[in-house]
Design a protein around this ligand. Structure first.
Ligand SMILES: C[S@@+](CC[C@H](N)C(=O)[O-])C[C@H]1O[C@@H](n2cnc3c(N)ncnc32)[C@H](O)[C@@H]1O
Length: 217
């Protein structure tokens, strides 16, 4: 079998210490040990050139809070970017990330996630540095680290070898509008809560019919 090329994920953030513990645990951690993927977190401040490592400044036109500077993000991206890379800006006002985006992004050799903080990021990052801006939902978080981790998690599990191939077949969102049926495990009765009889029957045809009929809305 041909050796799979390792997929590279890079997160550019002022809080790399938030990202690393999550991606080093469980399935993502195992996938990195198996060299299927590599997830790196880079300190954005390392790309600031002033002695205070400044990454933000006051907004032009006035207003509350601080805006993250274009030049530090641009320098960070230039430093880590490889050939077949896609740069994703995390943004509360971006397009909503879906399973279709996860499948599309899984095809790139390298994905670079830019994490905003404070009032957000200078618009020139979205216009000139990033290839696209994605949101993980219609709410505002304090930073882009959780959105980056959510997207990396959803994308990484689609990469061959990261999880069992069978688990990816007919799972929720694998097709437009599809939701998986309810799942049960032992014991068959807990308190008075019973597993549906048909699932214990061993009749695969009936089980399949039941599962189809009980796909979640
Ligand atoms: C406090 S938010 C800035 C919100 C911005 N002022 C607005 O109204 O859209 C700081 C950063 O968190 C990230 N962020 C917040 N909510 C997000 C979401 N739902 N999806 C993706 N990124 C988000 C972005 O990187 C954003 O620049």
């Amino acid at each position: 079998m041909a050796k799979l090329k390792k997929k590279q994920f890079d997160v550019i953030t002022i809080f790399p210490e938030v990202v690393l513990p999550y991606v080093q645990a469980s399935i993502l951690g195992r996938a990195q040990k198996a060299k299927l993927i590599e997830i790196r977190a880079h300190q954005l401040r390392d790309f600031a050139t002033d002695k205070h490592h400044k990454v933000d400044d006051t907004p032009y036109g006035g207003g509350p809070g601080m805006v993250m500077k274009v030049e530090v993000f641009e320098r960070a991206v230039q430093a880590v970017k490889g050939v077949k890379a896609r740069v994703v800006l995390t943004s509360a006002s971006g397009k909503i990330f879906t399973q279709t985006d996860a499948k599309r992004l899984a095809k790139y050799d390298q994905l670079i996630f830019l994490c905003g903080r404070y009032e957000g990021v200078d618009q020139r990052v979205e216009d000139h540095v990033a290839d696209e801006a994605l949101s993980i939902g219609d709410y505002v978080l304090t930073g882009g680290e959780l959105p980056a981790m959510v997207m990396i998690d959803a994308i990484a599990r689609l990469i061959p070898g990261v999880i069992e191939k069978e688990s990816l077949v007919r799972e929720s969102h694998s097709d437009e509008g599809y939701r998986e049926h309810p799942q049960y495990t032992k014991p068959p009765v807990y308190k008075k809560w019973k597993v549906p009889e048909v699932l214990l029957s061993g009749d695969h045809k009936k089980i399949e019919e039941w599962r189809k009929a009980h796909q979640k809305e």
